[in-house]
Design a protein around this ligand. Sequence first.
Ligand code: GLY
Length: 425
Amino acid sequence: MKRFLAPFAAAIVAATACQSQDRTDYDWVKKGIDVSVSQLELTADRLRGTGMMPRSIWSGYDLDFLARQLEADPATFRDSLRKQPDAEMIGTLRTCGIYDWTSGFFPGSLWYAYELTGDGKLLADAKEYTSLLNPVREYEDTHDLGFMIGCSYGNALRLAPADTIKDVIIETADNLRERFDERTGCIRSWDFGHWNFPVIIDNMMNLELLFNASKLTGDDSYAKVALTHAATTMKNHFRPDFTCWHVVSYNDDGTVEMRETFQGKSHDSSWARGQAWAVYGYTVCFRETGDSTWLDFAQKIADMIMERVKTDDAVPYWDYDAPALDETPRDASAAAVTASAMLELSTYAKDGQKYFDYGEKILKSLSGERYLAKPGENEGFILRHSTGSLHHGSEIDVPLNYADYYYLEGLVRYMDLKGLEYADL
Ligand code: GLY
């Protein structure tokens, strides 16, 4: 079930697959897949009938620790802190409903695990959990629709196509497109906060849904909105060194109102997951258009990431500007998104091997002792050590459903590029 390789990637695949490697060289891949399958099945059985999805593990925070991480006076961020969970909740499974921005990742992980193994139970689970998201097709209050519906129904369409799935994707894309504003040239991200028209770098990840809607309908207006958003973001979100701000807010006339962070260390820092969303998003723009502007830009971001990472295993600290201390949390989710993007980028770039090597290095790290859960532990999640929003004291050094999703996507891409089948591992 090869899915993402463009024809011009064939040369790389052939070169990579031809390297005579021992099967034991891929023991880490098999272990990663096997742990993933058992964790996902455990969770699917545990949450069946509740209407809920797994999101993370409840965690608390220590104010002094946050201040050290942010190198800031606690008074400057105290107001933004999330309420501490009750003591008995800490360490337990945090679930979410279907309107949460992360609701598509668990069904999507089931689809990828099915794609990797062909396991019929995973297929049934993937269909069941994807169907729960059906009402999201009518939801208009977020830009995260690409995450929610693209990762769930988008993978369903690839792996078990049906007209009803197409309808969900098109209706959702209609709602996402409604959030586009001609004057700013952007899709509005959030409907909360002190900003006039906030756009966050994460929004680059929602564009794939629009590209898919254009392909399904033959109406290129969805793709045009996506590309206008990508171009405006390229112009206003990035610094000369190709790092990006998290939030750019626009005035009504389309000029920039302010550039800030919401989840990073400071307004001028480089939040790790934001950089990951960026390299992934511009790689998709190249895939969908073949326009080298996007490819060059994705490579610049990728090169910056490889230059800026401070950890030996390439799993970054939660912000590239966070203090390099033993106590500084990693963000396995940023690593997984980066790995998946770099593997795809490696198939387009002339000097793609360095991106392939970096993606492989991350996947190997994530499949090792430090990050990969032991079956039955980690509240059913696959990976440990991600960070949701340290700035808010939320989801610090915990599993996150999107870390698991992009890890599995990375494994699918890796297997494709290496010409590997699960049965041969
Ligand atoms: N899109 C929200 C986040 O990356 O945390």
